[in-house]
Design a protein around this ligand. Sequence first.
Ligand code: UD1
Length: 378
Amino acid sequence: MIRVINVVGARPNFMKVAPLVEAMERRGREFAPLVVHTGQHYDALMSDAFFRDLGLPRPDVHLGVGSGSHAQQTAAVMQQFEPVLLREQPDWVVVVGDVNSTLACALVCAKLRVRVAHVEAGLRSRDRTMPEEINRLLTDQLSDLLLTPSEDADRNLLAEGIPRERIRLVGNVMIDSLFKQLERAGSSNVREDLGVADERYAVVTLHRPSNVDDPVVLGRILSALERIAERVPVIFPAHPRTLKNLSEFGLSERLSRAGRVRLVEPLGYLDFLRLYSGAALVLTDSGGIQEETTALGIPCLTLRENTERPVTVELGTNQLVGTDAFRIIEAATHALDAPRRTGVEPPRVPPLWDGHTADRILDAIKEKDEGGGMRDEG
Ligand code: UD1
């Protein structure tokens, strides 16, 4: 029996861990899972709603860390996680994605010589101004098993000198959640509630510090959204950081006056899935949404200059447009003018984004576990 601590911290972690815990419970003779929530995200809308929607069991341990500067938050997770690790003595810790909780827990494991598997390893934006890029680089250096979503990630890791035997291409576990929940999301009334059930519409999400912490950049993006909203309604479920900044910069008033950009609170997993799966266009700076729109064939404009998920541009529906208002409007106009997909042709989806990644991850952990109890000497 392999005892595994699964770490969740922030919103984009929940849909990656849910299929893993479910598979571990289903394979209960091989795996004994525990869920540790660091508390990096704590609002009902940013955390509890996702446990409910995804059927994630309540966390076995909640570290209650909350917000703070990067150093404060990372250090607080480390301090709170260390005694849990010493007490539980798991065989493996699974960390996912690239948030501060991911790196903090991987670092504690490395020092205590507990083996770590990193899900979504190897993604690189090559932009070290992004806090997530630092988290990715360091987590991958510290992990014993690097579970990658696409071949570009394998190449990145090999180029950084990580031995091939630590790397396993397993596909995208977030897509397991997406395929599993798609039908249930059909019973959400979010399109009706927002008045877009019979309309073409666009969905926007923004939360990257580089886009929402600077009033000039955020104002520029809003100008583009206002122009797009002259053509189709634009629904904007806003992250708490974005809502706070919009109001601090005096921009929420401008939006409500202008009318058609609809600012709403963050949505739960099922409501958000229902909303973007019917959109004519998605505009985002999120990593995960670039992948989810690719899996469903929804046109996506990424309001960044780079992406750690190039496969969504090469194979999928994603286009990098940056934050220049003119470029955004031009790309949106082009996307809205393009003939609609008929639904006959399935979207082009990267290999292994097939809804079965969780089992491949468990197989990889099992195989590595049988290879010996100690951490590799690196
Ligand atoms: C974090 C992740 C980011 C991820 C994002 C998804 C890092 C470095 N960043 O960014 O990679 O894409 O989550 O949302 O780990 N807040 C609340 N309620 C909450 C959580 C946060 O109001 O439940 C507010 C607080 O004011 C906080 C701010 O949001 O200071 C930012 O939260 P934080 O966890 O520091 O980073 P995110 O921007 O959410």
